[in-house]
Design a binder for this molecule. Structure first.
Ligand code: AHN
Ligand code: ZN
Length: 323
């Protein structure tokens, strides 16, 4: 044990003493690789849970509401605290009834100048009505899982990235207005914030090696089947993420079942920006769709599991650190 520690430490010293600007020989590259493996997969599920709770405490984040505006400020402030840079991208899109929808996409970046990049994203808005609810389908749910869970996981990932400093550049985007879609209407009535960003990225000609979208990643015993558009556009990265999850012991969540082919924020990143992006999204292995909580008032904090947040957060964090 001690010998291992000493070896690790000398490797680190060796790597530190090699000047960054000098051309690398294969030996120093090998050392760098070995040193890189030494990071510890850290993810504090209590912290992630708290970030979910803090969003829910604002009230449903329905676009245009006071809770929505307050949450936008909170998210920008959290990303500013953890990332190298953070800002809110403002835009406008047409909603399903032809109305103007103000868009606030909140974006934080690590290592903005680096060319090797990964994009991590989740939507932060709440659907205006819990229209799958049997008793009260007109008011919004808390959106603890649908919205807040993915954002909570990524805020904790951001906090850990600040501590452990990834080799790759990282962009974290919280998309607005994903969930105002018309189930009977056009596909483009969903995912307004990501469509806006895909057409108007925060940096012109923005590219990343690949992207990961988190959506509804908080349920107890959540299952993530392989979503159809992720397989179509980002197959090698689906394999990478699912293998990483398995290596960490999370195969009960990351199933090799086929999921549905879904309209979600990653679709427009794939189609419009051409960045291969996959969706880690709750989907029942029976093929019945999302969980029973979906778009009902059962989507509240009582359905949020720290252990699921941890499984997803550790997986995403390791994928980023291994890049
Ligand atoms: C549709 O229902 C068309 N897509 C699922 C995307 C979604 C809604 N994710 C969360 N809420
Ligand atoms: Zn939804």
């Amino acid at each position: 044990m001690n010998f291992l520690k000493i070896t690790a430490f000398s490797l680190m010293l060796l790597a530190l003493s090699s000047c960054k600007d000098q051309p690398k020989d294969s030996n120093s590259e090998q050392i760098e690789t070995e040193v890189k493996q030494l990071f510890t997969v850290q993810f504090d599920a209590d912290s992630a849970y708290r970030y979910v709770q803090e969003q829910v405490d604002f009230g449903p984040r329905v676009p245009g509401s006071a809770a929505h505006g307050n949450t936008a400020r909170y998210l920008e402030q959290k990303l500013a605290q953890f990332c190298d840079t953070a800002f809110t991208q403002y835009g406008s899109m047409k909603g399903s009834k032809g109305q103007n929808v103000a868009i606030k996409n909140v974006i934080g970046s690590f290592g903005s100048e680096k060319s090797k990049r990964i994009l991590l994203c989740a939507h932060w808005d709440t659907r205006p009505m819990a229209d799958q609810d049997a008793t009260n389908p007109t008011t919004p749910a808390d959106g603890a899982n649908d919205g807040a869970s993915g954002v909570g996981v990524l805020l904790e990932v951001a906090r850990q990235l600040q501590i452990q400093q990834p080799d790759a550049g990282v962009d974290i985007i919280f998309f607005d207005a994903e969930d105002m879609g018309d189930s009977q209407g056009e596909a483009t009535t969903w995912c307004l914030g990501s469509q806006y960003w895909a057409k108007t990225p925060h940096k012109s000609n923005y590219v990343a090696r690949f992207g990961i979208l988190l959506d509804m990643v908080g349920s107890e015993n959540a299952t993530f089947a392989i979503e159809g558009n992720s397989w179509l556009f980002a197959q090698p990265y689906v394999n990478l993420v699912w293998q990483t999850a398995n290596s960490l012991g999370y195969s009960k969540h990351f199933l090799y079942n086929q999921g549905g082919q879904l309209i979600d924020d990653h679709l427009y990143i794939n189609k419009i920006r051409g960045i291969p992006t996959l969706d880690i999204i709750h989907y029942e292995p029976s093929g019945s769709g999302f969980g029973d909580f979906w778009h009902t008032h059962d989507d509240n904090m009582s359905g949020i599991s720290k252990s699921t947040l941890k499984a997803v957060g550790e997986t995403v964090f390791k994928v980023v650190m291994d890049l």
